[in-house]
Design a binder for this molecule. Structure first.
Ligand SMILES: Cc1ncc(COP(=O)(O)O)c(C=O)c1O
Length: 477
């Protein structure tokens, strides 16, 4: 260890700009920064508390307390003579960058037409959220700052009960709702609960979102494929060995088909006969353009269907709020998983969302969004129609994406991918959504086009880029 003396100058600390009651914390921060950054190396002897207090114009007690805190945290040690020095195992720590596989894609991307993403600048209701935060802070009971019910704030569960009944035909009471951090988290909680109850296999639509298959598998559950046709998931494949079935009835992801009434009845009959659980992912149920939204499957049988909703499409994915509407038999077990895991979403955010729902602002926000998305969808369909028989659009009645299917003998997904990369356009394809991955049936090739990411102003250009890519790709054939 080198043993060198230091002075208050090494701390780069200007206390004139720090409020008096923050000065001890500011001194602690400055010491930590100087040690972590290497300005105060291991073995450096610190000034006496009296000397530093004098230099900085602080009370001696303040410096003693700051030193004690850093002694307790292991940054400092005391020497036999009583002086204080920087501990041996400190010093600059190189901060490794976390890898992000998507960052390379994003940095080269000029136009983004991937599904599941929003135009955050144009859609997040900042002003309404701000007003709701103010109102919530003024009126929240003190209990909002406590640990609280693992199911989430009662205000949000009550607001959701009324909203979901009205907007989605969900049948529930507030005590059957558990607030979670979006669909992926809700699915994770359900898998954990079902596995603990002895379930070993979960059926999922084929195709479906690969990330959701990963959630199920990560919980040690086998994934059984439910092929999707024009009527939705083929639920006839479900057997007694399957404990749960995950479906997207209102707007199948990614194909966009609606689960037809006969399939709905069949699915519920399977659940009743086997004790299986249906997990309804209603990720974009609020967005329907051809007629009234298709009501939630949960309304058919609230005792066997778990309804899962999310704020990721209606407000923003970064809000990380979702809700599970549970059959009575599952409520305690899921709430217990939530309590043990400790990942209950922040109470204040829950109260803000409750306020936005209760005051009718969510409805207003959705009316505006629906109008804008409908315009974009129509523009996209009209442009794709110009391409002739090589491309057909499907799954257009609802949601924030459609599928541009590539006809047999026309361009393949690989052709389109190559053309898109050359132009800096980010696209998603049907292939990876299939359980068998990219080797799926070659007749079923398509681009999953999300129309919510680009701003309204940039959207027409994005559509032109897409059609140019599809033309380029076809000319490669
Ligand atoms: C099929 C599907 N389900 C659910 C979601 C929402 O997930 P989360 O609530 O975890 O953001 C998405 C988002 O894109 C989705 O595509």
């Amino acid at each position: 260890l080198t043993s060198s003396r230091t002075s208050s100058r090494d701390l780069h600390l200007d206390l004139d700009v720090v409020a008096p009651r923050r000065r001890r914390a500011a001194l602690e921060d400055a010491l930590r920064d100087a040690i972590r950054g290497g300005r105060l190396g291991p073995g450096t002897v610190l000034p006496s508390s009296r000397g530093l207090a004098h230099d900085l114009g602080l009370g001696r007690g303040t410096v003693v307390e700051a030193y004690s805190q850093l002694l307790a945290e292991g940054y400092l040690v005391t020497r036999p003579g009583g002086s204080t020095m920087v501990a041996a195992a400190t010093g600059p720590v190189p901060v490794a960058r976390a890898s992000s596989r998507s960052s390379a894609v994003v940095s080269r991307t000029r136009v983004d037409l991937r599904p599941g993403l929003l135009d955050l600048a144009g859609t997040f209701p900042r002003a309404a959220w701000f007003r709701a935060v103010r109102s919530v802070l003024a009126s929240a009971p003190d209990s909002a700052f406590d640990y609280g019910d693992p199911r989430g704030r009662p205000e949000l569960r009550e607001a959701l009960t009324a909203y979901l009944a009205r907007a989605r035909g969900v049948v529930t009471t507030p005590d059957r709702i558990v607030i979670c951090a979006g669909f992926a988290h809700g699915l994770s909680l359900l898998c954990e609960t079902l596995r603990a109850a002895g379930v070993s296999a979960v059926a999922m639509e084929d195709p479906c979102l690969p990330a959701h298959r990963a959630v199920v598998r990560r919980h040690g559950l086998a994934v059984v494929a439910m092929p999707v046709d024009g009527d939705g998931a083929q639920v006839g494949v479900l057997g007694a060995g399957v404990g749960a079935a995950v479906v997207t009835p209102a707007h199948q992801y990614p194909t966009g088909v609606t689960l037809q009434p006969r399939r709905r009845t069949e699915l519920v009959a399977w659940a009743r006969a086997t004790g299986g659980v249906v997990i309804e992912d209603d990720y974009d149920g609020e967005f329907r353009y051809d007629r009234q939204p298709v009501g939630a499957l949960q309304g058919l049988d609230p005792d066997h269907v778990v309804y899962v909703g999310t704020a990721s499409k209606t407000i923003a994915p970064g809000v990380r709020l979702g809700w599970l509407v549970l059959p009575p038999a599952l409520v305690d077990a899921v709430a217990d998983m939530q309590r043990v895991g400790g990942a209950v979403p922040p109470a204040l955010d829950q109260l803000v969302l409750a306020e936005l729902i209760r005051s009718g602002q969510v409805d207003r926000h959705l009316r505006r969004l629906r109008l804008g998305y409908r315009r974009r969808r129509d523009m996209l369909i009209a442009a794709l129609d110009q391409l002739g028989p090589d491309v057909t659009t499907t799954g257009i009645a609802a949601g924030l994406h459609l599928v541009a299917r590539l006809s047999e003998g026309a361009a393949t997904e690989d052709d389109v991918r190559a053309a898109a990369e050359g132009r800096g356009v980010a696209l998603a394809f049907l292939g990876p959504h299939y359980h068998g991955g990219v080797d799926h049936d070659l007749r079923d090739q398509g681009v999953v086009v999300g129309y919510a990411r680009q701003s309204a102003a940039r959207f027409p250009r994005a559509v032109r880029e897409l059609t140019a890519i599809l033309r380029d790709a076809s000319s490669l054939r």
